[in-house]
Design a protein around this ligand. Structure first.
Ligand SMILES: *[C@@H]1O[C@H](CO)[C@@H](O)[C@H](O)[C@H]1NC(C)=O
Ligand SMILES: *[C@@H]1O[C@H](CO)[C@@H](O)[C@H](O)[C@H]1NC(C)=O
Ligand SMILES: *[C@@H]1O[C@H](CO)[C@@H](O)[C@H](O)[C@H]1NC(C)=O
Ligand SMILES: *[C@@H]1O[C@H](CO)[C@@H](O)[C@H](O)[C@H]1NC(C)=O
Ligand SMILES: *[C@@H]1O[C@H](CO)[C@@H](O)[C@H](O)[C@H]1NC(C)=O
Ligand SMILES: *[C@@H]1O[C@H](CO)[C@@H](O)[C@H](O)[C@H]1NC(C)=O
Ligand SMILES: *[C@@H]1O[C@H](CO)[C@@H](O)[C@H](O)[C@H]1NC(C)=O
Length: 342
């Protein structure tokens, strides 16, 4: 079953869009009874773990991929000004309400547990784009690592863990499209190739028994502060649209091939575009720039000292490439609305 955010509204209004399959009924996905969220991706999604690589991961890095169940299950999510790429909680933390509060949180203590294997700076694979650092774990390697260490640990050692009470969330492509924006390739084919590799990894997760998948598409990255200042943004809106079309095609094809999977694509592009176009509806006043002092320890109080007329939460952009924690909070609420309707 494949659900696109916009199509969900059709379900809500009573128009059937899901054909009853003759062979097997998809297990009903229920956000309210979902016990865990397992996340993969890049800096938009990563959380800091006490066993992680500081500023990059919850656990380990490319030179330190192996871990045992005890290490994973005793690992804690750190929340403070430098523990995410947003200066505060990100979308998966708000969505699960796990690791939102300052200090340390054991995922096991959360009503919805967040097991987050995203790595800041990740691209999909080294096949088409280079690693940002030699310790970066690409999406493909995040999922290989999960297959080898994370999944067995959760399945054997986490009380009550079940794949059918778990949602897999993937948000990736942000670094890929940026790193490759100036390549001389046929972009629609190139993006199809990238998403081919992405879905080979999704297939691995399916093989481990996971059936509920949430994909996030690319934000309007042609509207970062840097790109707004250029006459020719890079990536441009056409490229972002091509990537998102490749992702949507692939998600639909994956759902077609796996009738018992629940495949959800959240149109982050549409939601974030709406926020940029009508910022006042979301308490945002600044969509064009970011506050230069965003990473200063006293920024929450002394923003004016850094030439910023308003607090960070009134900005859309946190820095040159990341949205503020406030934007993540709004987005998470909209993702939750989609999940509750699925
Ligand atoms: C993590 O990033 C912060 C800035 O956000 C920096 O001050 C700190 O040195 C970094 N830590 C490491 C280990 O690189
Ligand atoms: C955030 O927590 C990490 C890990 O506990 C610590 O190293 C870092 O200094 C903290 N940063 C701030 C700004 O409190
Ligand atoms: C990783 O890169 C750093 C800095 O570029 C370098 O000092 C280090 O030797 C590299 N590590 C390995 C194992 O290649
Ligand atoms: C896409 O993948 C195909 C098959 O591997 C390859 O022949 C082609 O060169 C790739 N194209 C781009 C633009 O990456
Ligand atoms: C965006 O960039 C692509 C690749 O260079 C190009 O084909 C396309 O025409 C550009 N779109 C716009 C609106 O400039
Ligand atoms: C947006 O932020 C920039 C950088 O802090 C600032 O110079 C500008 O005045 C702000 N614009 C508005 C409308 O607040
Ligand atoms: C995108 O790439 C450019 C260089 O091409 C870099 O300056 C910028 O920081 C990158 N943006 C993000 C969000 O990584």
């Amino acid at each position: 079953m494949f659900l696109l955010a916009t199509l969900i509204l059709a379900i809500a209004s009573g128009t059937p869009i899901v054909k009853a399959g003759p062979l097997s009924r998809p297990p009903k996905f229920e956000w309210s009874s979902t016990k865990a969220l397992i996340a993969f991706g890049d800096s938009y999604t990563y959380v800091q773990g006490t066993h992680g690589h500081q500023n990059f991961s919850f656990i380990g890095d490319q030179f330190d991929l192996a871990y045992d169940a005890k290490t994973l299950l005793s690992n804690k999510i750190v929340q403070n000004q430098t523990a995410t790429a947003e200066g505060g909680p990100n979308w998966v933390q708000y969505l699960t309400d796990c690791g939102v509060h300052k200090g340390l949180t054991s995922p096991q203590r959360c009503k919805k547990q967040l097991w987050d294997f995203a790595f800041a700076g990740a691209d999909i694979s080294t096949e088409y784009t280079p690693l940002h650092h030699n310790f970066t774990v690409s999406l493909v390697d995040q999922i290989n690592q999960f297959k080898q260490y994370g999944h067995p640990a959760l399945q054997r050692n986490l009380p009550g863990f079940r794949q059918d009470k778990t949602l897999i969330a993937l948000w990736i492509g942000i670094n890929d499209i940026n790193d490759s924006a100036k390549y001389s390739v046929d972009f629609p084919t190139f993006y199809k190739n990238l998403t081919d590799i992405l879905f080979e990894s999704v297939e691995t997760l399916y093989g481990l028994g996971y059936r509920s998948f949430l994909f996030m598409n690319l934000p309007p990255l042609d509207r970062t502060p840097g790109n707004q200042a250029k006459t020719s943004p890079s990536p441009n809106a056409t490229q972002v649209g091509w990537y998102n079309a490749a992702l949507a095609d692939h998600a639909a094809a994956f759902a077609e091939e796996h009738k018992e999977a629940q495949v959800m694509l959240f149109d982050a592009h549409a939601r974030l575009t709406a926020m940029l176009d009508e910022p006042h509806n979301y308490g945002i006043v600044n969509t064009t720039n970011f506050c230069a002092g965003y990473d200063q320890p006293d920024i929450s109080v002394e923003y004016e000292k850094y030439g910023c007329p308003t607090p960070l939460k009134r900005y859309f952009w946190f820095n040159s490439g990341h949205m503020t924690s406030h934007v993540h909070e709004v987005l998470a609420a909209e993702v939750e609305r989609l999940l509750l309707q699925a």
